[in-house]
Design a protein around this ligand. Sequence first.
Ligand SMILES: *Cc1c(COP(=O)(O)O)cnc(C)c1O
Length: 391
Amino acid sequence: MSWQQRIQQAIQQRKEDNLWRQRINVASPQGARIILEGQSLLNFSSNDYLGLAQQSESLMVAAKTWGMGSGASHLVCGHSQAHQQLEQALAHSVGYPRALLFANGYMANLAVLQTLLNRQDHLYQDKLNHASLIDGGLISSCKMRRYRHNDSTHLAYFLEQEKMLSSLSLVATDAVFSMDGDQANLSELADICQQHEALLMVDDAHGFGVLGNGEYTGSIAEQNLSSKQVPIYMGTLGKGLGGYGAFVAGSEDLIEYLIQFARPYIYTTALPAALASAMQDNLAIVMSGERQKVLASNITYFRQQARYLELNIMPSSTAIQPLLIGDDAKAVAISQQLKPLGILVTAIRPPTVAKGSARLRITLTASHTEQDIDHLLTALVTLLMLNKGGD
Ligand SMILES: *Cc1c(COP(=O)(O)O)cnc(C)c1O
């Protein structure tokens, strides 16, 4: 088979499987409403949970000071005071000794797992972990096992079975699962890790900035845990913080180790300093806690109304509120039919989620109003009725 045949066949197969993906071309900043093909759509698809992606003031001000590019990697001359200050503010915001900035969450996850784990080590991951954690495990060439979703007993069984003197174990989990919206039981995982001397890493892409306990932000704080119980924390700046970038928080030693040895940290250009500076402003907005209150009230309202309308919303108390459809084609059809009604909700299909569990991934933000939510729910009820046949 030639390269061309292989590529064309794969594309053809993708289409036949109803898994063909197409990008949309948005003509406005992110927000509760976005412009698409000249039409204004109510947007229930973004991860801009606190409605911060639109705000441009701090970036414009910072660009005046720092210009556009960072010009080099962190270890050469790309690391500025703006990066340094943001790292300190991030560490402080989650209650950790130190933090290290990365280009994005994908690279941060690759960096941690690839750098820490040797070939003989064991990595345990929740079955529904984000692809970047899975890929990090693969490139580290360690021994990787995936335990059943949110099943601590299954994890404990693996750890017990594979106890070995010559190897170290690491357990990695999403704190909020990105396609389901449910949360890991972090204190249970922390206890099991402590018992088995395994290192616990938490990916809080959807919790950082959004969840918290008033003093600190993120899932660790929300679940009343400390940085000792969760030694490795990964948070991203592209979701709740409305910008771009990511960080790993941990002990002084862990962060120093990553600076010395993490290839995805060392061999890449630093984030623009202006962006780092703007992210610090967004962090300050987030830490005031006001936007989280609006989001929380939207989530409560959505779930109340959806229950009343008997919609099959998956169990979740976070901003991610998926409507389970099951059939791939039907999920895509409903997503398509929502557009003429002025609503954007993305259909999520395998391989992103398990076969037979295609869903509409509804995300709520602090920018939505109850009226927006009513509009969405009314449209969903109508379209579910229309698409009833063929199950
Ligand atoms: C989005 C996401 C990432 C990747 O973060 P980026 O900064 O977008 O690269 C990692 N983990 C989880 C759970 C995510 O949802």
